[in-house]
Design a protein around this ligand. Sequence first.
Ligand SMILES: [Zn+2]
Length: 129
Amino acid sequence: MIRHSGGCHCGRVRFEVMAPSRVSVSECNCSMCSKAGYLHLIVPKSRFRLVQGEESLTTYTFNTQVAKHFFCSVCGVKSFYVPRSHPDGYSVNARCLDDGTVESLTIEPFNGREWESQYPQGRGVLPDE
Ligand SMILES: [Zn+2]
């Protein structure tokens, strides 16, 4: 487990996340993620730290209102958010990680268009802390 850093486009929002150097992420086909090209790196809250930019974040919710989509109010980039599948964790956008620490990126497809059948328990399991 190593520390990756990342953030939004304008640099106001910056975070650190603990994850392996070989990162496994999911690419979701739901209405939101497919438009943004979001790549999900899901971690427990204990492995995520917002370094700066809380005051620049705007929250967007829709449908079940469980997911909290945090956008930078200046540049519009969603670099991390609270996903519906893991409301006690964070999903970090692997596309927003800084260069230099990701050794490899494995992309698994996720069928978010049929979210309920993907998560019959109503949520997913978090990786270890
Ligand atoms: Zn920004």
